[in-house]
Design a protein around this ligand. Structure first.
Ligand SMILES: Nc1ncnc2c1ncn2[C@@H]1O[C@H](COP(=O)(O)OP(=O)(O)OP(=O)(O)O)[C@@H](O)[C@H]1O
Ligand SMILES: O=C(O)c1ccc[n+]([C@@H]2O[C@H](COP(=O)([O-])O)[C@@H](O)[C@H]2O)c1
Length: 203
């Protein structure tokens, strides 16, 4: 608390969002409710270095899909910090950029699924990450929700209504001519059709 200003609680939902789906949206909504967050900022990755062996859709398409999917929720917003920063995307840079944009009177909560949390010790500057944000791991079908040895008090594991949806499955379904209605928001189905995305997806 500074000068009487109330501390705001800000969630950060980082992801490649290729495409964004209801698993992402439910995770953000559940964490927002659980921690009484004032806002959740969705941050599409620029160049996700741990997916360097995969083809990733153009950042502007992933950004626009994230805007479309979150537009109806007044507490959700989207940031371009990762897609506008050149080079590989590291969460340490995401957190520093968001902290400098939102100023000192915010507490940061970085939201991940169980699979991402399990990998976190391999992320750049992992020790510093925990000094900037609290980390929240959400369970996800097919991935055990385990604490891989993270600093006490800086990570919370929460159970959310399980949605067995992945971006990989959405891409594969589009490539196979199968529907993705209700796995993703309606506007995302329409955007994918309009732009002809994922028709030759490799998965
Ligand atoms: N169904 C889900 N339930 C809970 N968390 C999820 C779910 N899907 C993705 N997440 C989490 O959302 C974040 C962003 O995920 P990402 O954009 O890589 O989606 P993905 O579905 O895992 O994609 P892909 O299948 O291409 O790897 C990660 O922290 C991931 O663990
Ligand atoms: O900082 C890192 O080294 C790092 C390594 C892998 C993933 N991340 C972040 O984790 C979030 C989910 O990533 P992904 O690849 O599962 O979409 C996203 O915000 C990434 O930038 C971060």
């Amino acid at each position: 608390m500074r000068n009487g200003a109330a501390t705001r609680r800000l969630g950060i939902m980082g992801g490649t969002f290729d495409p964004i789906h209801h698993g992402h949206l439910v995770a953000a909504s559940e964490v927002a409710h659980h921690f009484r967050l004032d806002e959740v900022v969705f941050v599409p990755t620029g160049q996700p270095w741990q997916k360097a062996d995969k083809t990733v859709t153009a950042a502007e398409d992933r950004y626009l899909m994230t805007v479309i999917a979150t537009a109806s929720n007044p507490r959700f917003s989207v940031s371009r910090v990762d897609i506008d920063r050149p080079g590989p995307t590291y969460t340490i840079d995401t957190l520093r950029d968001i902290a400098s944009i939102y100023g000192p009177d915010v507490e940061l909560y970085f939201i991940t699924g169980a699979d991402a949390l399990a990998q976190i010790l391999s992320w750049r500057d992992v020790d510093e990450l925990f000094t900037i944000a609290h980390f929240v791991g959400c369970d996800r079908p097919g991935h055990a929700l385990l604490d891989p040895g993270l600093p006490e008090g800086r990570v919370s594991l929460i159970e959310i209504p399980a949605l067995s949806i992945s971006s990989t499955e959405c891409r594969e379904r589009v490539a196979a001519g199968e529907p993705i209605w209700y796995l993703v928001p309606d506007g995302i189905v329409q955007y994918i059709n309009k732009r002809g995305l994922y028709r030759d997806a490799e998965g």
